[in-house]
Design a protein around this ligand. Structure first.
Ligand SMILES: *[C@@H]1O[C@H](CO)[C@@H](O)[C@H](O)[C@H]1NC(C)=O
Ligand SMILES: [Ca+2]
Length: 331
């Protein structure tokens, strides 16, 4: 009887572990959404992606700007995204001949209402509706010496805010981090995850093959039906801004029926908290690929504890039984 319940508990454990495995998106091709992704050699992407400005497409990279002055280029996913929970992995390369601090301006990743209107925000229009992640390689604000550049930051806009270039967008940023993203010999990546009103930005730029947290905030509301894109600009100073791939993964997250019944396309971009929902993190390494599994992890831990108790109980009972037997023999 005991053996039976133990083996069924083990079976349950295996099933749960398997379930967790299925939920992890991490590069799982099953959850890759081709219609929102841009991958080498970029053949046949012309119907799903618009390229404009200085953008040059080769078979191994998409160059938003060359290392020349006063260029602007962008790429836009023409297919609106109706996924509620997603993760975008961007493989990029920023490089040029400019020495320290003599290069610019950087590039931006977008999830916004309408793409393809050139303007002053890293080549895109101002104001915009939606989400922007800026990879700003040039310090404009000489009063902001408390942070080093390149600086990555996130901004959510409902069309009421302007991006302040002179201050490197500091007044409207939701969070950010410094990261050495320029002229690296190895591959550099950035990931943006949006799920359950939580926005997370991670970078992998140190050739360690692990994500480092850059932005993590809750209370972020974004509609569905917006467009992904990327844009870059150069001014007096320049750099090559290359996108090697953009891969969009669907996250398998369940929503309540009330949430499902809402019209997500009507949501106005907004942010209610400006603090990181740190209480939600049980993994100090900041490996956010497993973050939504918190509930499952807790359950697993409890189950393991329960199993431990059961095993101890069985061992204890056996030992007790043996002792009794031994004691009997001595009588
Ligand atoms: C846009 O955001 C501002 C605050 O940033 C708010 O006052 C305004 O009501 C919002 N507009 C819409 C249409 O949601
Ligand atoms: Ca700047």
């Amino acid at each position: 009887m005991l053996r039976f319940s133990l083996s069924s508990a083990l079976l349950l454990l295996v099933l749960i572990t398997d379930r967790i495995h299925c939920d992890i998106t991490d590069g799982n091709t099953e959850h890759l959404k081709r219609e929102h992704s841009l991958t080498k050699p970029y053949q046949g992407v012309g119907s799903q992606w618009d390229f404009s400005g200085s953008t040059l497409v080769t078979s191994s990279y998409v160059r938003l700007t060359p290392d020349e002055r006063s260029k602007q280029g962008s790429i836009w996913n023409t297919v609106p995204c109706y996924l509620k929970d997603w993760e975008m992995h961007v493989h990029f390369k920023v490089h040029g001949s400019g020495k320290k601090n003599l290069h610019g301006d950087g590039f931006a990743l977008w999830y916004i209402k309408d793409g393809l209107y050139p303007g002053p925000v890293f080549g895109n229009h101002d104001p915009f509706h939606g989400l922007a992640i800026f990879l700003d390689t040039f310090r404009n604000d000489l009063h902001g010496m408390d942070r080093s550049f390149p600086f990555i930051s996130a901004m959510v806009n409902n069309g009421s805010l302007n991006y302040d270039h002179g201050k490197d967008g500091r007044s409207s940023e939701l969070g950010g981090c410094s990261a050495e993203i320029r002229n690296r010999e190895h591959d550099t990546y950035l990931a943006v995850r949006y799920s359950r009103e939580r926005l997370t930005v991670m970078v992998d730029v140190d050739d360690k093959n692990e994500w480092k947290e850059c932005v993590d905030i809750g209370g972020v509301r974004l509609p569905t039906g917006y467009h992904f894109g990327a844009s870059a600009a150069t001014g007096d100073l320049s750099d090559n801004h290359d996108i090697i791939s953009m891969k969009l993964y669907q996250l398998m997250v369940e929503h309540t029926p009330e949430e499902e019944n809402l019209d997500w396309t009507k949501i106005q971009p907004s942010v209610s908290l400006l603090k990181s929902p740190k209480d939600n993190i049980d993994d100090p390494t900041g490996n956010f690929r497993g973050a939504p599994l918190t509930g499952w992890r807790v359950f697993l831990l409890l189950l393991c504890a329960l199993l431990g108790v059961v095993v101890c109980g069985v061992v204890g009972a056996v030992v007790f039984q043996r002792r009794q037997d031994r004691n009997k023999r001595f009588y």
